[in-house]
Design a protein around this ligand. Structure first.
Ligand SMILES: C[S@@+](CC[C@H](N)C(=O)[O-])C[C@H]1O[C@@H](n2cnc3c(N)ncnc32)[C@H](O)[C@@H]1O
Length: 244
C-alpha cells in the first residue's frame, strides 16, 4: 500500500507499512488532530483534558515509574489533566498536583475543588514565570520530595525557555521535566496554523536547552515515552540525571 503526499511543492510516495510510512501517517494524524482540535474533545472524570489520548497514556506510565510526591503543572486550563494526575496519586496513596495558570476561571476552580479527586490538587493563579508564582509553587514542595514538572502553558519559545530555566531545579534526580506541545513546530502548515510556529515553539526551546552545557549536564531525553509516534510532545521527556 502506497501513500503519495504533495506538500510545499514536493511530492513523496512511501510504502505505508515501512518505517517512513509510519512516520508520515503519524505526522499527518498530528496535523489533523490539531486542525480539528480533537484534543479539546476529551474529558477526565467529567472535566476537559486537552491532551492526545496517547500522551495521557504515556503520562500514566511516567507517573507510575516515578511515583512522585508532587507534580507541578504549568498550564492548568480546566483542570482535567491535573485531576487525571491526581487520580493516579489517589490510587498510589500519596501525592499532590500543583496546577499553575495565568487565569483560573471561578467555575473551573469550583469544579476542581468539588471534584472527587480535587483534594489531590492545589491551584496557583499567576504567570508561571513570575517570582511570586514560583514562591507559591515552592511552598508545596518539601525537602526530599520526588517532583515531576510539566510545562504546558504559553507555547512560545521564549516563554518555555524561561520556564525550563526556572522550574528545572524542582525536578528531583531520576524524575522528569516534561516540555509539552513541541509538535507546534510540525503543524504550522495546517490550514489554521501560523507560519511563525515553525521557529517559535516549545521544541525549539527544548533543543536549545539540550544543546547547552547545563542541559547536557543535568538532563537526558528519554525517547521511551514518544514511542507511539502520535504525540504532541516530541523530545519532551527530559530525565534528570541521577549523579549530581
Ligand atoms: C494548553 S492549555 C493547558 C492544558 C492542560 N494542561 C490540559 O492538559 O488540560 C494552556 C494553558 O496555559 C495557560 N497559560 C498561558 N500563558 C500562561 C502563563 N504565562 N503562565 C501560566 N499559564 C499560562 C492558559 O491560560 C491555558 O489555560
Amino acid at each position: 500500500m502506497k501513500l503519495t503526499l504533495e506538500a510545499h511543492g514536493q511530492t513523496r510516495t512511501v510504502d505505508v507499512f515501512s518505517q517512513e510510512g509510519l512516520e508520515m501517517v503519524s505526522s499527518l494524524w498530528v496535523k489533523l488532530y490539531a486542525q480539528y482540535k480533537l484534543t479539546h474533545n476529551c474529558t477526565w472524570m467529567g472535566v476537559p483534558i486537552i491532551q492526545f489520548p496517547e500522551d495521557i497514556m504515556m503520562m500514566e506510565e511516567l507517573i507510575w515509574k516515578v511515583r512522585p510526591d508532587v507534580i507541578v503543572e504549568c498550564g492548568f486550563a480546566h483542570g482535567g489533566s491535573a485531576l487525571f494526575y491526581g487520580s493516579l496519586m489517589e490510587l498510589m496513596g500519596k501525592g499532590i498536583v500543583v496546577g499553575v495558570d495565568v487565569e483560573i476561571r471561578p467555575y473551573n476552580r469550583i469544579a476542581v475543588q468539588n471534584h472527587p479527586m480535587g483534594h489531590r490538587v492545589r491551584m496557583v493563579e499567576g504567570s508561571s514565570i513570575e517570582a511570586d508564582t514560583i514562591r507559591q509553587v515552592k511552598s508545596f514542595i518539601r525537602p526530599g520530595d520526588k517532583v515531576v514538572v510539566l510545562l504546558d502553558s504559553n507555547h512560545s519559545k521564549e516563554h518555555v525557555a524561561r520556564e525550563i530555566e526556572l522550574y528545572r531545579e524542582f525536578v528531583s534526580p531520576g524524575s522528569y521535566l516534561v516540555v509539552m506541545d513541541g509538535a507546534q513546530a510540525f503543524v504550522w502548515d495546517m490550514p489554521d496554523g501560523k507560519q511563525e510556529w515553525k521557529d517559535d515553539n516549545p521544541l525549539a526551546a527544548i533543543e536549545d536547552f539540550m544543546a547547552s552545557a547545563k542541559g547536557q549536564d543535568e538532563f537526558e531525553i528519554d525517547e521511551h515515552f514518544t514511542r507511539l509516534f502520535v504525540t504532541s510532545n516530541p523530545k519532551a521527556y527530559l530525565r534528570r540525571k541521577t549523579g549530581r
